[in-house]
Design a protein around this ligand. Structure first.
Ligand SMILES: C[S@@+](CC[C@H](N)C(=O)[O-])C[C@H]1O[C@@H](n2cnc3c(N)ncnc32)[C@H](O)[C@@H]1O
Length: 275
């Protein structure tokens, strides 16, 4: 009953409220797992910061496997998690990095997400989290900093592996260009950037779940009320942006969001290297 009322409200609510209600629905769905396993009771609540569908542990583990299989993740790496959300990737990365002497910095525009991460990893000095008050129409419509002005919280040439999972799928191309340039700045020579996207090509420009419609010359969106809810970028624009940032694309995989796919991730995966 409660989930049905929530679903109705979700359909009509403005973006911030919709995300919170959708998060509450996810929390209701996740209650059995949370209650049956004492280790999971302290996991972040999705109504506080909703990073999307799926189980906190299972999705985090899958994303770390992708970083391992496709982006050469190593236990001694210095990693930067761009848009780290509520720490579902951090949760799975932390033991690996602790063992290998690696370090982690995650940043996000959500104060609630960063607070949850800081609480959770308070006793793990190799894991640090930064809040940046960046504007995003879906996640932070009152944000003070434009995406095109963001400076990543990392020194030049200090990072082995930077990654952005399910972040560029909420950013317009101008912001994405800036984030690619910032990735190039902070990566060491030979460092890798892994990111996911909905990359659009003729014949693969939408699906049942993601009914993309035209937005601008580089991108399509699903919800004109909130373009940042889900954004797809034309693949040539992604490739041009990667090259303009001084990065070299070394691999890409089509995710399950639209057939045909060639790996088990939901979104398309790109890996680029700094020369
Ligand atoms: C779908 S969630 C994914 C979170 C995390 N990367 C993960 O895979 O669990 C998208 C995240 O990107 C963050 N985000 C969106 N735009 C951003 C921006 N311009 N800068 C930093 N974070 C951003 C949101 O706050 C949210 O936490």
């Amino acid at each position: 009953m409660a989930p049905r009322i929530l679903r109705r409200l979700i359909a009509v609510a403005p973006p911030g409220v919709r995300r919170m209600l959708a998060g509450a629905l996810l929390d209701v769905k996740g209650l059995p797992a949370r209650l049956s396993d004492p280790k999971r009771r302290a996991e972040p609540w999705a109504f506080v910061h909703n990073v999307g569908d799926g189980d906190f542990v299972a999705v985090g583990a899958q994303l770390v496997r992708h970083l391992n299989d496709h982006a050469g993740l190593k236990p001694g790496d210095r990693v930067l998690d761009i848009g780290c959300g509520n720490g579902r990737v951090a949760e799975q990365l932390s033991p690996l990095l602790a063992e290998g002497g690696g370090t982690y910095v995650g940043f996000d525009l959500s104060p609630a997400g960063i607070r949850a991460c800081r609480r959770r990893f308070a006793r793990q000095p190799h894991m640090t989290f930064e809040h940046l008050d960046v504007w995003n129409g879906e996640y932070n419509a009152a944000g003070k900093l434009a995406e095109s002005e963001v400076v990543f919280p990392a020194a030049d040439a200090s990072v082995d592996l930077a990654f952005a999972t399910s972040v560029f799928t909420h950013m317009r191309m101008a912001g994405m260009r800036r984030y690619l340039a910032e990735s190039a700045r902070v990566l060491k020579p030979g460092g890798r950037l892994a990111f996911t996207a909905f990359s659009l090509t003729r014949g693969r420009e939408g699906s049942e779940t993601f009914a993309f419609q035209p937005f601008d010359e580089t991108s399509m969106i699903v919800d004109p009320r909130s373009p940042e809810r889900a954004i797809g970028h034309w693949r040539p624009a992604i490739e041009a942006a990667v090259a303009a940032a001084g990065l070299k694309l070394t691999a890409s995989h089509n995710g399950l969001w639209a057939p045909p796919s060639d790996y088990d991730g939901g979104q398309d995966l790109f890996v680029a290297v700094k020369g």
